[in-house]
Each structure stands twice: as C-alpha cells, then as structure tokens.
Design a protein around this ligand. Structure first.
Ligand code: DC
Length: 218
C-alpha cells in the first residue's frame, strides 16, 4: 500500500488529536502532533520565570530541542530531553501558546522539523497550517471543525477528567479568543486549504469521524 501523508487541520477542540491518533493506529502510521511542538516552546518560555515577551520566546526557540517519540499509539513529547507530555497541557501553557505560535522564528524552526518528520511517509499530521503550508502536497487533506459550543464542551470534559477545575463559559471564551488569534495572525493563519475536505464533527461520533478519515485514505 502507498505510504500516504495525511494532513488534518482545524480549530482548537475539533477533536483532531483524538481522531488522528485513532486513525494512525488503524493504518499503522505515525501520528505527529504539531500543536505539542508549539506548546513545548511555550512551556520552556514559562520555565524562564520572566515576563513573557516576543523577545524572550525567540531567545528560547533558538536552542530548544523538541522531539516527538511515537510508539505503540502514544506520543512522548521531549523538550531538551525532558518528558513534557503532560506539562504542556496546563492552562498556563494554553494561555500563551497562540502568542508563541504567531512568531516567525518559532514557526520556521517547527515547520522544518515537521517536514523532516513527514518525509518518510505513512504519517498523519495535525495542526493549523499543515495542508496550506507545511505539507501542501499531502495525499489527503481534511479540515475538521465543530460548533464552538461542542468544542468547548469536549475540552471541558477532557480537562475535568485530568483533574483541572474549569468553567465552561470561561473555556468557551478562551477557545473563541484562540480561534481568533490563530485565524487572524499574519504568518500561516488557520484557514481551510482550498483542496481540503471540510468535515463538521458537531453531530458525529468519534468512530464516525475516524471512519470518514480512513475512507479517504483507501
Ligand atoms: O492543537 P493545540 O491546541 O495543541 O495547538 C496549540 C497552539 O499551537 C494553537 O493555539 C495554535 C498553534 N498551532 C499552530 O499555530 N500551528 C500548528 N500547526 C499547530 C498548532
């Protein structure tokens, strides 16, 4: 079977990582979570214990070593050799990650790494600019979305499960703000590629979405 390159983009909470991981497992492909890479830079920036400025972020990205180790259907995120897989999912990291991801020097370093990882084929990569910028020649391009209410509810349940004390309305406002920042930034904004297929998952189960992705890979 051909070694496909699959690009999945969409806003926060659309379910990209959940379905991409499941589809990758079924296909025996590698899953590449590009959001985790931007989150790692955000995490290391916070570790500096200084006010978060663009200058500080650019300083941090210069010498950060970000690696995604994928095996047995799980991704371990390493920042300078430290396992930050859980540390990059905190509300503190989420609060600054759009600022981090809007900066040119951050994007160019991460995009280069992402292209190297996809080079071998048999990969599913998710993010915001995969089909439009990182892998414009991807074999399958999907733009995954869902209503803001549904996305906020999904994140709410996910955070609750992880033990975070979250407020649904606040989450909704945060997601809307992140959508706006990610869609309106100058460099590689979140936008559906012309040749990507739009998949609105508001009323779809996880299994249905995974099946829709697999269908496009057949
Ligand atoms: O998917 P996520 O929530 O983990 O992504 C974290 C942030 O990184 C999100 O606000 C947008 C940004 N991002 C990006 O700009 N480009 C990508 N390819 C992936 C994520």
């Amino acid at each position: 079977m051909k070694k496909l390159v699959v690009a999945i983009d969409g806003p926060a909470g659309a379910g990209k990582s959940t379905v991409a991981q499941m589809a990758a497992k079924k296909l025996g492909y590698t899953y590449i979570d590009t959001g985790a890479m931007y989150r790692s830079v955000a995490w290391k920036t916070l570790q500096q214990g200084k006010p978060v400025t663009d200058e500080l972020i650019i300083e941090v990205v210069k010498d950060i070593d970000v690696k995604l180790n994928y095996s047995d259907g799980k991704t371990v995120v390493l920042a300078d050799g430290e396992d930050v897989s859980a540390l990059i999912r905190t509300p503190e990291v989420t609060a600054i990650v759009s600022q981090v991801a809007a900066l040119g020097p951050v994007r160019s370093k991460m995009v280069e790494l992402q292209r190297e990882m996809a080079d071998v084929g048999s990969v599913i990569m998710d993010g915001r600019d995969i089909a439009t910028n990182v892998l414009p020649n991807a074999d399958v391009k999907i733009f995954l979305t869902a209503s803001i209410e549904e996305r906020a509810m999904r994140r709410y349940k996910e955070m609750k499960q992880k033990g975070f004390d979250v407020d649904l309305e606040k989450l909704k406002a945060e997601i809307a703000a992140r959508d706006k920042a990610d869609s309106e930034r100058e460099i590689s904004p979140l936008v559906k590629a012309e040749d990507a297929e739009l998949l609105d998952t508001s009323n779809m189960s996880i299994d249905e979405v995974v099946e829709a992705i697999l269908e496009r890979c057949r």
